[in-house]
Write a new protein. Structure first.
Length: 211
C-alpha cells in the first residue's frame, strides 16, 4: 500500500483523521487516493521512477521497419521465397528474423540463403508519435490503475488482476522466464515529493486547516 511507504505521512494522517467520522474519512482518503493515482499515472507517462530517474529502456528487438526478401533452400533441398521482418542477427552461421510464412521468429542457415532479393524499409515514424515508444502506455490509465479498498484508515492504489502481476515483475525486478532472466527494476508506484504534497493538500481540504 502506498500510504505505508512513508511513515511521516502515515503518522500525521493517523493523528489528523481522528477529528473526522468514519464516512468522512473514507471520502477524504478516496479523494487523496485519486490524487496519488493521478500523480503516479503521470510519472509512468513520463517514464520516471519515484526518485526522478528514468526507467531503464526496454531491450532492443527486431526493427519492424526492415523487411528482407530472400530465396532460401531448406535442408530437404526445397527452395522458396521467404519474407523476413526485422534486423537479422548473425549467430554461429545463422540469421535470426521473423518469418511471415510461419509467423514465428526463426533461424535461417547462412548456406541455405541463395539470394537476398530486396530490402524494403517503411517510411520513418512521423513527428509527434513519441507516445508509441513509451512503455506501459495502457496500464497507466484508470481502467487498469485504480483507487481500491478505501477504508476509514487506509487506501490502496494498484493495478487490476493480470495487469498487477505484470506490473509487479517490473516494479520489483522479478524473474520473468524459465531461464531465470530478471526484469530491470522500473518502479511504477511509489511516494515522491509531488505525492507527499498531494496528500497534505488533500488533508488540508478536508480539515480546513493549513499544515
Amino acid at each position: 500500500m502506498i500510504d505505508k511507504q512513508n511513515s511521516t505521512i502515515n503518522n500525521a494522517l493517523e493523528t489528523l483523521i481522528q477529528t473526522l467520522g468514519p464516512r468522512e474519512r473514507v471520502k477524504m482518503l478516496r479523494t487523496v487516493g485519486r490524487g496519488i493515482r493521478r500523480i503516479n499515472a503521470h510519472r509512468i507517462r513520463d517514464q520516471k521512477n519515484p526518485d526522478g530517474s528514468r526507467f531503464k529502456p526496454r531491450q532492443k528487438t527486431a526493427k519492424k521497419s526492415q523487411r528482407y526478401e530472400m530465396v532460401y533452400r531448406n535442408r530437404s533441398g526445397e527452395v522458396s521465397t521467404r519474407t523476413v521482418t526485422g534486423v537479422i542477427y548473425k549467430r554461429k552461421g545463422r540469421f535470426d528474423g521473423y518469418d511471415s510464412k510461419t509467423n514465428k521468429i526463426r533461424s535461417f542457415r547462412k548456406e541455405g540463403i541463395l539470394k537476398m532479393i530486396s530490402v524494403v524499409r517503411s517510411p520513418p515514424r512521423p513527428k509527434g508519435s513519441k507516445e508509441k515508444g513509451r512503455m506501459f502506455r495502457r496500464i497507466r490509465h484508470q481502467r487498469f490503475l485504480k483507487v481500491q479498498n478505501v477504508r476509514s484508515r487506509e487506501v490502496d492504489i494498484g493495478f487490476r488482476a493480470k495487469v498487477a502481476r505484470i506490473a509487479a515483475i517490473h516494479n520489483y525486478g522479478k524473474v520473468y522466464d524459465r531461464k531465470g532472466n530478471r526484469m530491470p527494476v522500473r518502479e511504477l508506484l511509489g511516494i515522491d515529493k509531488d505525492t507527499e504534497k498531494q496528500v497534505w493538500q488533500g488533508i488540508e481540504k478536508w480539515l480546513g486547516v493549513g499544515l
